[in-house]
Design a protein around this ligand. Structure first.
Ligand code: NDP
Length: 305
């Protein structure tokens, strides 16, 4: 039996499969010298010091597509291969994006409260909302999930534009400048990876360009958006609305954001359905078991080539 260090939570089904080929250790008590595999998740990652303290570590399987909580350069230098779970969650995160947009436009939380509180009976009809039809959707990061978001919006609105580092072979107009795209769209959807390359790329000028009628949807990472600038823009209504699944210091959400009525807050649940988490969990398990068998992983991170 090989030794696997389990960081973060796994399902009973994942545990059962792993236990057939690994001795599973918890972070409270593990034999550092013996650990050859780690299974972690996007929210937990692995500290560099912990990685360096595992001299025989060969592979890290990340349960999640985003791996900004793992230092890939340090792992590579140590000869460790890292995998993640791309594609199996694309459609789910796209659904979350559409849901957040609709909740912002149609004020779903306000109207739910209106119905529950009895306001309908005492005060009459709820105030009108805005139509989500015919809006221009700007996608920041037209990768796997970004494309799934475009696909989900496409039957509904023909007006999709995007900004990525590179121009893609797609029918949507490309903006090589994020401020220009923000000025041209009604809804700006952030779906890039986190990490130093995207830190605060949605800054005050981008939010200002999106404007008082604009809506920001963030399903990427909290670090992608300058959170203090976002709070100011929402407070002063220089930005209209925001739908946020991710935050700078999760699970803490600034009180200033919680106090605002022009923001919808979700606790990082972009992929969090039973079906999609099962698929992600299976891929995370398959990766680590394949590595045990032949030293390769099905979905190694692209940095490994
Ligand atoms: P991909 O790697 O397929 O796509 C990422 C896209 O971001 C690419 O189009 C890339 O552009 C673009 N990008 C990267 N850096 C920049 C930059 N500096 N400026 C502009 N564009 C940039 O990743 P996925 O679509 O699979 O996942 C995207 C991210 O979504 C994950 O890394 C994770 O952070 C987040 N996520 C969030 C979830 C949630 O629960 N809320 C669930 C799953 C993922 P290019 O192609 O030109 O390089």
């Amino acid at each position: 039996m090989s030794d696997l260090l389990q960081l973060g939570r796994i399902s009973d089904d994942m545990r059962e499969q792993l236990a057939r080929v690994f001795t599973i250790h918890s972070p409270d008590d593990f034999p550092a010298e013996k650990i050859t595999h780690v299974l972690t998740s996007s929210g937990v990652g692995i500290a560099r010091t912990l990685m360096e303290g595992l001299p025989n570590l060969k592979a890290i399987s990340n349960y999640g597509v985003g791996y900004d909580a793992i230092d890939i350069d340090a792992a590579t230098a140590q000869g460790i291969i890292v995998s993640h779970t791309p594609n199996v969650l694309n459609s789910e995160v796209a659904t979350t994006t559409v849901m957040l947009m609709l909740m912002c436009y149609r004020e779903a939380l306000r109207d739910d409260a209106w119905a529950r509180s009895g306001n309908w009976e005492t005060s009459g009809a709820a105030p009108l909302t805005r139509s989500a039809d015919n809006q221009t959707i700007g996608i920041l990061g037209l990768g796997r999930i970004g494309q799934a978001i475009a696909d989900k919006f496409a039957p509904w609105t023909p007006k999709i534009v995007y900004h990525s580092r590179t121009k893609k072979d797609v029918p949507y107009p490309y903006y090589d400048n994020l401020v220009d795209m923000a000025a041209a769209c009604d809804v700006l959807v952030c779906v890039t990876p986190g990490g130093s390359g995207t830190k605060n790329i949605v800054n005050a000028p981008v939010l200002e360009a999106l404007g008082p009628q604009g809506t920001l949807i963030n399903v990427s990472r909290g670090s992608v958006v300058d959170e203090p600038a976002l709070i100011t823009a929402l407070q002063t209504k220089t930005l209209g609305w925001a739908g946020l699944d991710v935050f700078e210091n999760e699970p803490a959400i600034p009180q200033a954001l919680r106090d605002l009525s022009n923001v919808v807050l979700l606790p990082h649940v972009g992929s969090a359905t039973v079906e999609t988490r099962r698929a992600m969990g299976q891929l995370a398990v398959d990766n680590v078991i394949q590595h045990l068998r032949d030293g390769t992983m099905i979905t190694a991170v692209p940095e490994h080539g």
